[in-house]
Design a protein around this ligand. Structure first.
Ligand SMILES: NC(=O)c1ccc[n+]([C@@H]2O[C@H](COP(=O)([O-])OP(=O)(O)OC[C@H]3O[C@@H](n4cnc5c(N)ncnc54)[C@H](O)[C@@H]3O)[C@@H](O)[C@H]2O)c1
Length: 251
């Protein structure tokens, strides 16, 4: 590693984002732990700093361009130019199409697509100036279609097209862009899905694991491991890819 890199991980107060933030810090990066509520980032920051890493908590709404611009400038001044970006913040507003509201549609598009766009636009100038950048966007196996997720699957498929375009536009500046498409990962998000469909979370995990070739559900560490590879200095020739991390083949 030629220098200490600064990473921003969105939605890092919990779940996959927290796992990725902790892993990148363990890899030696300085990490901005960004989430809607700055106070909610404290546990992730504490986990990183108590393990000897460097992290700050940043409150921002990725769907809001002004909030994002201010957050990115704060990271640049407090930690240094962010050259690693993990667009992880996400929400679900699941429902069958006939019951899905325009608000359900807009909310999901706002966080996943507008959010990733806002963050990447704000960070790219730091990457292009540094002639180095690593962008990792969280897609999902739902990009291939999933009952009750017309909004979310469209957003996660959109993330894949966005990622490939970033790879094409930013490649000449030493910036790579890749997407990770997780399958079932055990987090509050999948717990909320179990609750919505009225299934006990442990039963939901057990049933889901039986459908997965490796016979277990994923953990945030599984995604963190893949993100660690994609942001590494040595991964500079891997760009525009979608890696399904789902315990089996998906496409
Ligand atoms: N859990 C899974 O099985 C799974 C599978 C595929 C993809 N994903 C994707 O991985 C990412 C993380 O999922 P998770 O399971 O850890 O979810 P989670 O609900 O546990 O965590 C999401 C985090 O994003 C934050 N967030 C939401 N809206 C935000 C906004 N507007 N601005 C800033 N932060 C915001 C939340 O506060 C929360 O801390 C999401 O993009 C999700 O779609 C998850």
């Amino acid at each position: 590693m030629s220098e200490t890199r600064t990473a921003i991980v969105t939605g890092a107060a919990r779940g996959i984002g927290r796992g990725v933030a902790q892993r990148l810090a363990a890899d030696g990066l300085q990490v901005a732990v960004l989430d809607l509520d700055e106070a909610a980032c404290a546990d992730t920051v504490e986990a990183i700093t108590s393990a000897g890493g460097t992290a700050i908590a940043v409150g921002a709404n990725v769907a809001d361009a002004d909030s994002v611009e201010a957050a990115v400038e704060r990271v640049a001044s407090e930690l240094g130019a962010p050259t690693v970006l993990i667009n992880n913040a996400g929400i679900i507003r699941d429902n069958l199409l006939f019951k899905m509201t325009v608000d359900d549609w807009d909310a999901v598009m706002g966080v996943h697509l507008r959010g990733a766009f806002n963050m990447t636009k704000a960070v790219q100038k730091h990457m292009t100036e540094a002639k180095f950048g690593r962008i990792v966007n969280l897609s999902s196996t739902s990009a291939l279609g999933n009952r009750g997720q017309a909004n979310y699957s469209a957003a996660k498929a959109g993330i894949q097209g966005f990622t490939k375009t970033l790879a094409i536009e930013l490649g000449k500046f030493g910036v790579t862009a890749n997407a990770i498409a997780p399958g079932f990962i055990q987090t509050d998000m999948t717990a909320a899905t179990a609750e919505r469909i009225g299934v006990d979370f442990d039963d939901f995990i057990k049933f889901s694991a039986e459908q997965i070739p490796v016979q277990r559900v994923g953990q945030p560490e599984d995604i963190a491991h893949t993100a660690s590879f994609l942001v590494s200095e040595g991964a500079g020739f891997v760009s525009g890819q979608v890696i399904y991390v789902a315990g089996g083949p998906k496409d």
